[in-house]
Design a protein around this ligand. Structure first.
Ligand code: PEP
Length: 260
């Protein structure tokens, strides 16, 4: 694989699939098995799938001993208690999941999750040994009003409120412009890279420059086999969070095996 600027920075790409509220137990098991067999020779990047809660155990069984890691799409910040319908970090650890997505735009905008709630979820997940993918991104009207930077800065600062620098090695940020999720519209590689560079500046102000330079920032929003190579060629794009195109092994395997 040709070398590129990003490799110099030592950030290992993370290619993550968000299966959202799709699939059933047999379908998730089959997809996970196809991903395991299709990535046997992939050693230079991390691979993650995030199925919905009822599918986690079956997928855990399918990916055990492979390079495919398992994550959940959400959690609640309390450790246990009378919270009907909620799932704790400890429950996810026991599956075992290693990652959890927090603050996905569908959680923020369909289920009304605030920055404060997202911050509590991040803190709880980290405290209980999960790695976090913190999603940030602006709505179309926020972009059109020129507020992209303001929105992602607020989401990063509040999402990582109280997080110690030492815990940052377990945090990945995903920049997902809301107008690009599930719409077929993708930010251009240049636009996405610019926002990623800005996110790194925000991180280096809140934490140290070194910590910011080591953090992985994924792009999400209609990533497909046709556009992944161009996105991954950018210096500040360290991986992808993929929705629709992660639901079929053929397209997700092509995305995982991006070439720059
Ligand atoms: C997502 O679910 O995080 C996502 C980016 O979805 P899609 O790839 O379908 O736009």
């Amino acid at each position: 694989m040709p070398r590129k600027e990003r490799e110099v920075t030592m950030r290992r790409p993370l290619m993550a699939g968000n299966w959202k509220m799709f699939l059933d137990i047999p379908g998730a098991g089959k997809l996970a098995e196809e991903l395991v067999s299709g990535t046997k020779n992939v050693t230079d990047r991390d691979i993650l799938v995030c199925p919905s809660f009822p599918l986690l155990s079956r997928v855990a069984q399918a990916v055990e001993g492979s390079a495919v890691q398992l994550g959940a799409q959400n959690l609640y910040y309390e450790e246990s208690g009378v919270f009907t319908g909620e799932v704790s970090a400890a429950m996810l650890r026991s599956v075992p999941c290693s990652y959890v997505i927090v603050g996905h735009s569908e959680r923020r905008h369909v289920f009304g999750e605030s920055d404060e709630l997202v911050g509590k979820k991040v803190a709880s997940a980290l405290k209980q040994g999960l790695r976090v993918i913190l999603c940030v991104g602006e709505l179309l009207e926020e972009r059109e009003e020129g507020n992209t930077k303001r929105v992602v800065k607020r989401q990063i600062e509040r999402g990582l409120d109280g997080v110690e620098e030492a815990a940052l090695e377990d945090v990945v940020v995903a920049y997902e412009p809301v107008w690009a999720i599930g719409t077929g519209k993708t930010a251009t590689p240049k636009d996405a890279d610019n926002v990623h560079a800005y996110i790194r500046t925000v991180l280096s102000t809140k934490f140290s420059k070194t910590a910011a330079s080591e953090m992985r920032i994924l792009y999400g929003g209609s990533v497909k086999p046709e556009n992944v190579d161009g996105l991954m060629a950018k210096a500040n794009i360290d991986g992808a969070l993929v929705g629709g195109a992660s639901l079929k092994s053929e397209s997700f395997l092509r995305i995982i095996k991006f070439e720059t």
